[in-house]
Design a protein around this ligand. Sequence first.
Ligand SMILES: C[S@@+](CC[C@H](N)C(=O)[O-])C[C@H]1O[C@@H](n2cnc3c(N)ncnc32)[C@H](O)[C@@H]1O
Length: 407
Amino acid sequence: MDKYSESLTPQKEAISLINYYFKKERHGDHHARGQAKNEFLKYLIKTDDGSYTLKSDEINGNFENMHTSHGAITESLEKFVKPSNLNKKNNIKVLDICSGFGYNSSTLVHYLGADSNSDIKLCLDLIEISIETLAAGLLVPVPLETHNIIKKAIEEKLIKEKFARFHCEKGHIPSNIQFNIYSKDAREVVQNLDSDYYDAIFLDPFSPSKAPELYTVEFFKELKRIIKNDGVLATYTSAAPVRSALVEAGFHIGEGPIFGRKSGGTIASNSSNNIKKDISEADERMIAFSDVGIPFRDPFLDLSGFEISKNRSIARKKARGTYKFSSAVKAPIFIGKEIEMDRWGRKVVRNINQLHIDDLKSKNALYLVCCQNESCYCGCNINRISNSRDRIKKMSERLFNLRNVME
Ligand SMILES: C[S@@+](CC[C@H](N)C(=O)[O-])C[C@H]1O[C@@H](n2cnc3c(N)ncnc32)[C@H](O)[C@@H]1O
């Protein structure tokens, strides 16, 4: 079995339709692509800004859409393009991971005005595991003119791969934009990319519970290697294991813009100057102290999503109540705070007692979170640490040390 064969991709029926019509095109049918465009519409779901999305294939009896229902193109703009801070540069290299229909790339070209008579030099590298999904980018109606450029680049790739045969797309690729399109597992591709190269990385897989293989410590270490020191990685998710994996890989992290959900996405960078907003105090504590902060791991970048999730579940179970607080009770959030001693309050205290901490305001408890305070109140004499990454590392190191002393 192909070691990468288990990735989650779009809905099977839509993929079959694409395969059917592109096979006809390969056999010489000039009308096949037009017919595919019409037929494909029935699988598309309109999002709030009028752009379309498609369901994923089923996973454990479940599915999710490729884009938010609040607006697929708007999400590209708000969560990926704007926070990447590219508008002050004019020689720009971007890696679009899980490029799907190509929305993030078309939105970027539109936003930068890099489409015509532009002095911006843009190198756009797209990675999409499913060639049929790349082909879907030619079939989906997109309100942005710049999508025609992406379509042309995708068409060239499909012809090169002998998936398509005819040059039908009307767009043209301006000389200032250079494309590399990879139809492979992103884990395999990134290992062969140059170090210190990208100004921005858009990371847009399905959610961490469904595609954990693209949110592991080891994958992020590769992204850290290939991004420039002042580069920005943007992803839509705020999930704790994703943020903790970014921290463990060495990235600074911050809260991305909020769009369509309660919490913002995540911004990561080698440089803390690129982080405009830290993640919340509560999120830092949950990542540092509780089992929800145990990251996904994939030591050789070749495990299936199922194995990665299973291994993390085992690690979480081992950690709960022994060297991490149970995330279900959210005890870390209450450290140093007043809490009502009702049923919940008693549960919180029982939870911290498991790790040999007497109460929420004991010296040991305050020592754990001291680096989040403006000035020390536990006697350790450390001032507030200035960024989320280093606070998370310090707090998790303190819990580890405290436990070793108590054992
Ligand atoms: C949430 S969608 C991305 C939407 C996309 N950015 C767009 O503009 O339409 C996730 C995409 O990741 C692709 N994918 C899944 N696993 C992958 C992997 N291991 N490597 C590269 N792409 C992958 C899926 O086929 C799917 O198209």
